[in-house]
Structures are given as C-alpha cells and as structure tokens.
Write a protein that binds this ligand. Sequence first.
Ligand code: AMP
Length: 646
Amino acid sequence: MEFAAFAERVERLEAEPADLETTAIVADLLVDAGDDLETVTRFLLGRTYPAHDDRTLDIGPASCREAIARAAGPNVTADDVEDRLASRGEIGAVAAGFDFGGQRGLSAFGDGRDPLSVAEVDGTLRELAAATGEGSESRKVDALFGLFNRCDPAEARTLARLVLGEMRIGVGEGTVRDAVAEAFLADDGIGVETEADNGEGDPTNETDDGGDGSGEVGGDDVSRASDEAYAAVERALQVTNDYGHVARLAREAGIEGLNAERIRVGRPVQAMLAQAGTAADAVDSFGEVAVETKFDGARVQVHYAPGTEGFGPRLYSRNMDDVTDALPEIVEYVADRAEVPVVLDGEIVAVDDDDSPLPFQEVLRRFRRKHDVDRMRETVTCRLHTFDCLLAGDGDVESDRDSDGDAADGIDADGDEDAPDDLLEEPLRVRHDRLVDVLPDAAADLRVVDDTEAIAGIESAALEAGHEGVMLKDPTSAYTPGNRGRDWLKRKPDVETLDAVVVGAEWGEGRRAELFGTFLLAVRDGDEYEPIGKVATGLSDEELEELTERLEPHVVAESGTELRIRPEVVLEVGYEEIQTSPTYGSGYALRFPRFAGVREDKSVEDVDTLERVAGLADGRGRSGDDETTDGAGDETNDETDAGDSS
Ligand code: AMP
C-alpha cells in the first residue's frame, strides 16, 4: 500500500465523528491493506512494534522538528518549526504546513515524487529504532529527513504523528479490535453497517477494492461479526498483545486460527487486574473464596525456559516492560529453582533484615533501575512472591525456540506434545497447584474458605505480618489478561467509597457506541452539585445498559458525544485517592474511580458533601496515603525510572 493511500484514510478517520462509521472505515482500510496489513494495523494505533515488544523509536520531539525543518528547505530552522508548533499546537498540522523537498522537485530521485510505501516507512522506522551508539541521534534525524523529504502534506501529517506515537484520529484499541472482527470474520466474510446503508452517503464508496480483493465493508447486506468472532479476536489479543499479528491471523486463519494462539515464554501478556470488594461480596458471588495475601510491591511477570536453547529468566512489569536487569537476585532465584518452562505472575516486595515487608516506595528504588544496580541490591533486598502460573512445562521439554535472540519468537505452549501447557483457561485452583509444583518457595498461600469470618481472620493475619490486605479470588476462574473483572477482588482495610450523583455522561465507543460509557459524578455543595470525576471502570455491559436506560429520561442537553444529565441517579464509587484539582468544579478529583453500584436506597439529597470530600482529601476522613501501592502505585511506578528515586 502506498503511504499516501494510508495517509488519506487517516485524514478521513480524523474527519469522522461517529464511532460506528469509524469502525467501518478502519475495517475497510484493513481489507485494503493487502501485504501491509500488520503494519497498517499497528500504524493506526501509532505503533511500529507490538505492545509486548519494548523496543521504541526513541525519537524525541526535537529530532522530529529538526528533520521537518531540514526537509522544509534551507530557509526553515528547527526554531521556526517550534514557533509554528507553539501557535498550531500539534506537530501533524505543523508538518502538513510545509512544502517538502519532494513537492519542490528536489527529491534525490529526480523531478517526480518518488512515492513512499507503507512498507518502506515501516522499514526505515525500524532501522532508525535500531540505531545506537555514537552519532545515532544524527543518523536518526537523517533517516527521518529522508522520509519527510518525500511526503505530501497529508503524508507529512501522518508521519509526524506516527513518529511521536500520537495519531489523534479517534481510533483506539477497541475500534481496531472491532474492525478486525468485522473486516475478516463477519458472517458473510465481510460487512458492517455504515450510514450508506441508510442512504446517507458512504465514505467507503470512494475506496478502491484493493488488497485481497474481498470487497468493501458495508453495502446492502448488513452483517456484523458474531459474538464468537469478537471473543476470538479479543482472546488472541490478550495472549499476543499484537494487533497486527491478530489482524493477519483473523484474515488468514479465521476464528479457529485465532483460538489456536497460545501464551509463549518470552511474550508477556497483560496482567489480570482486580476490583475493590468486600468479604461479603466475595462469598456472595463465588461461594467458595480463594484468599491470598495482598503483597505491597510491584507486579512482575516471570518468563523462563531452562536449557541451553532456553530463554530468560526475564522479568516484565505490569506494562510489559522488561525490568530484568534491575533485579539480578530474582533472576538468579528463578534460574536456580525453576526446572521447567514457566510463565508466572507475582509481586516483587522489598523486605527488611527479618524478611518483613517494607513500604512500596522501597521497591521503587529497585524496580526500573538502570544504574548502580549492584549497589542498590546491597541497600534494598527484594523478594519474589508468585500467585499465578500461566504456563508450565511437564519437566521433559525440548525448547523449539530459534536462536535468533528475538524475544517475540518465544516458545509456544501446546504447540506440540512436548510443549508446555497453556494454563490461562484453567481454573485458579489448577493454576495454583502448578505454581506450587514449579516454584514452591515463592508461591503465595492460597486458602479456600466460604465464610466472611474466615476471610477476616486471614486478613488480620496478613495485616499483622505487614502486608496490605487480602485478595479474594474465584477459585474456578480463568486468567483473563488485562481484564479488571469481578473474578479477583482486592480487599484492603482502607477501601473507601463515595456516594455521588450522575450529572453527565459520554457515549461509549465501538460496540458500546449505543450506550453511555462514562459518567460524570458530582457531590453536594449546599443546593448545588459540583463535579468531582468521571467513572468508566467497573461496569459490566448489563450495568451500562441499565444505567443508560435509567439516565436517558434525565438528559437535559447533548453536545457531540457529551450529555448533561439532571441529578437523579446516585452511584457508589470506589477510588484510590482524592486529589485537589482544577479540572472539576468541586476543586477535587477522584483518582482511579470505579463503579461499585447504584444506590437505589439513596436520593440525590443523600449524596456525599463537598465538605466530606475535603476531609477525605486531606486525610481527616480516612487516610489515602498508603493506598497508592496497587492501581495508582503501579501506574506511578511504571512511569518512574528507579533512578529518579532518592
Ligand atoms: P489492582 O492493580 O488495582 O488491580 O490491584 C491488584 C494489585 O495487587 C495487582 O496488580 C498486584 O500488583 C497486587 N497484588 C498483590 N498481591 C496479589 C495477589 N495475591 N494476587 C493478585 N494481585 C496481587
């Protein structure tokens, strides 16, 4: 595919406000992408590499501005580019505003423009990502200049954004996921409803039927992919974290091919997450509850395949970044003890001389450290606690890994009879048994109980030992990567909730486009209601449907995707922390708010007051200080280089 054709679609997507139409345009583009399907899918998300691969282009905004300035001609300096950026606010618009070399006939290839292809742009970006050492920065700028030099304005806009990883076209992962299903797995092989089907004009009609020639998305026969197809795409994404690969698999191997994807040693998956919950919630929902200590540290995924042709051990953060080099003693520990291929999920905790847990901040001093690793190893001691086993061999496994050192190749589970077992779909109990088999010393205790008193007893013991609380898990549940579902509940003594009233909403995206997806919440200040945050997490499809139905009669205004809603419906929300913030009228913002339920029993007069919020924020109501160690903490953690810490 020519890069100009890709850029033209990108412009069309940017101009398209309606979500359903966006999915159709993306699906259409995927169909037309032909041999470039993987690259086009990644580019749409502003990526060159899949999410599990922590290589980056490593090009800063300054290098990008310099390359643009050079391509724009001798009279333009990087400062000029910066000035334009200050007035236009966005690098794509700035890049599109210049006449580049190619357009002035200055291309190295003669008078005519030498068109860029998607593959060529991808190849150059990868080369540039691989450049290291002395002079690499200027080689990167040279390579980028070479690309800009051949761009027309639309291409330049797309290229600049791609290089900086911010596409700004309203295409999120959910849209791409839906589009993959609709492009390649719809019942008739292809098809989503577009406005054209209602006679309102179809942007997709302008599209050539390129690529594999399987036709346009849309048309008279409206058909959407089945739930099974969406589920297959979603699951394959969970195990591969590679939208490009999944798109190709969907096209070439269909639902069956997607379902055959397995977790691999060397290819991290997203961590399964938890919602806040109480012991009573857990007993009500699961009956039997698996209770574990909630360790106060940093999440880690351990990948190891012993043997000469093996892999690792390597350690990945919650965001799938490779943190191996910062934690040599954990690497040694795993290498010493694990005898079969494993993928384990766990937590790294800092401990004192008596092996008692230290506050989370101590782990941060180690977790992403690049310098002084040995010195810090002497200062802060780390322990690995594992609580899940996602893949395990049976003790008699030959590695089939090729020796090119590319982590992305990994070792497939279940690929042949010697291959290790993919345990993602197994119930927690089974996974835990395997965990104890493969690395007994590190495995967290798991106790299955069925009453709240027993849970309270385990929780007290965990707190007594200096841990953060307990995790309450459904012992029958599968491991669902990246999912913050109700199968894992985190129970901490300080989980606080607020009762707040819904005063606004935003329409959802993709498959949820016909439902409200985000709810603006407010607390009471005298007779007024002041916004304090938006909640979009913790709601099931049914709850969204129910809330949409409940709230729709109270909508008082709509603008774009945003709605203003008369204060009527009260929600209970959990949160990690309350911060002062200029964003909302209340002067406060909830950090990581999550839906905990509709308060049918409360009227709008009963919602929490701004006064209580102020008290909670400065610690008078209940402390939020030591709550940053899970959701919030790990996020902070993942953005913090350990080198920053004291
Ligand atoms: P959250 O990140 O908000 O979903 O809270 C759960 C976090 O607690 C996980 O991301 C882990 O980092 C951490 N954690 C500590 N102990 C456990 C455990 N036994 N099981 C699962 N997660 C745990």
